[in-house]
Design a protein around this ligand. Structure first.
Ligand code: GUN
Length: 369
């Protein structure tokens, strides 16, 4: 391995041509960080603590915004190539009613389409719509040639038969990967369109060079949207996967065996440091808004800047992972700015993929399931 002085010399010599050198230095930096972390973690595991009192490990932060931008730049090339052939991929977003969180999510999805130059159609029926009326909207979108992807934002109002609606979406346009045909293809190891959040998690792990093959992975949560497809993707990538849920016995002990933890339970800060093996990779899928000051003071006791931001705004967004896990994990996705940006990036990727597949084009590599 080159010594730091040699690295500085090489870097200085190539300051004017950094582009093709950057990946090497990035990998080098990551490798050093990782090696030091592993040594620290091994020492802690064996009860040797060389650190100054009060000093802590600090996890490598897996920045979802950076990975999203990489994916967008790859997609921009693919979209340009399609447009040169007269094809403009298009996404239809169906938002039923006035759920404030859903409105924010759908606006972010439409904004991403606009940023990338994808066509978008925004359908906003009222919360009182019936299952039959919504089915008619889906049928219309299925038949339109300018629509490559259809997304029905969940949750749907209680009177709607959500399963019936999701099954009505043409599987070839099912960019959420929720149709049973697409779920079945994933189970069979022949994925086509796969749920966006788990797909985004895989991109984070792969692009951050976290080893999946042979790893013990624990998925917390068994939802159709995240937990189940996540477990399948990890299993197909040769991890040994455990799925935990609200009835799992000895939960902290089970999670502590994991090299990779994916927290998708929807419970604010539930994964505390005692759940996490030192050095493990922790992926936080949770997005929870907190407004209670006493709660914020407890969660952000070690993070004065986050507490100050909470006080200024009156709220904060926290994941399913406790902020203090940063002192134990080897790598960690932040909330916000971790998995969230990837969910939208993979929706864009799936839309481009669906546009290509529908026309019988070969598939490019952005989503490597
Ligand atoms: N609601 C929460 N997550 C999702 C998602 O990934 N897709 C859709 N359609 N609705 C959601």
């Amino acid at each position: 391995m080159p010594c730091p002085r040699r690295v500085r010399q090489v870097r200085a010599a190539h300051r004017d041509q950094p582009l093709y050198f950057m990946p090497f230095f990035k990998k080098f930096r990551v490798a050093i960080h990782e090696t030091l972390r592993q040594i620290s973690c091994a020492m802690i595991t064996f009860g040797i603590n060389y650190q100054q009192p009060g000093a802590r490990l600090s996890a490598r932060i897996l920045n979802g915004n950076v990975i999203r931008d990489q994916i967008y730049s790859e997609l921009a090339d693919e979209i340009a190539a399609l447009r040169a052939n007269g094809i403009r991929p298009g996404l239809a977003a169906v938002l039923v009613g006035e759920n404030p969180a859903s409105k924010i999510y759908v606006s972010s999805k439409i904004a991403a389409c606009e940023k990338l130059g994808l066509a978008n159609i925004h359908v906003t029926p009222p919360a009182t719509i019936t299952t039959g009326e919504l089915l008619a909207i889906i049928e219309d979108l299925n038949s339109r040639d300018d629509v490559d992807g259809i997304l029905v934002q969940l949750p749907l109002p209680a009177q709607i038969d959500a399963k019936k609606i999701l099954e009505a979406v043409d599987p070839a346009k099912d960019v959420d990967g929720f149709h049973s045909l697409n779920v079945g293809r994933l189970v069979a190891g022949r994925p086509n369109l796969v749920a966006c959040t788990p797909l985004g998690v895989m991109e984070i792990l792969r692009r951050s060079e976290i080893k999946i093959e042979g790893a013990n992975a624990v998925v917390l949560g068994r939802s159709d949207i995240v937990g189940k497809p996540m477990a399948l993707l990890l299993m197909h990538a040769n991890a040994t996967v455990t799925i935990c849920h609200s009835k799992t016995r000895d939960l902290p002990q089970t999670v502590r065996r994991a090299d990779i933890v994916v927290a998708a339970l929807g419970r604010t800060a539930m994964v505390t440091p005692d759940y996490v093996r030192p050095g493990a990779t922790v992926i936080d899928v949770g997005i929870n808004r907190i407004t209670d000051t006493a709660h914020a003071e407890k969660l952000f006791a070690q993070f004065p800047e986050r507490l100050a931001s909470f006080r200024a705004k009156g709220s904060a967004v926290v994941g399913d992972v406790h902020p203090d896990v940063i002192n134990v994990a080897g790598a960690l996705t932040p909330v916000p700015g971790g998995v969230g940006p990837l969910t939208i990036a993979m929706l864009m990727s799936n839309t481009v993929r669906a546009a290509r597949l529908r026309r019988g084009f070969r598939i490019h590599a952005v989503a490597r399931t």
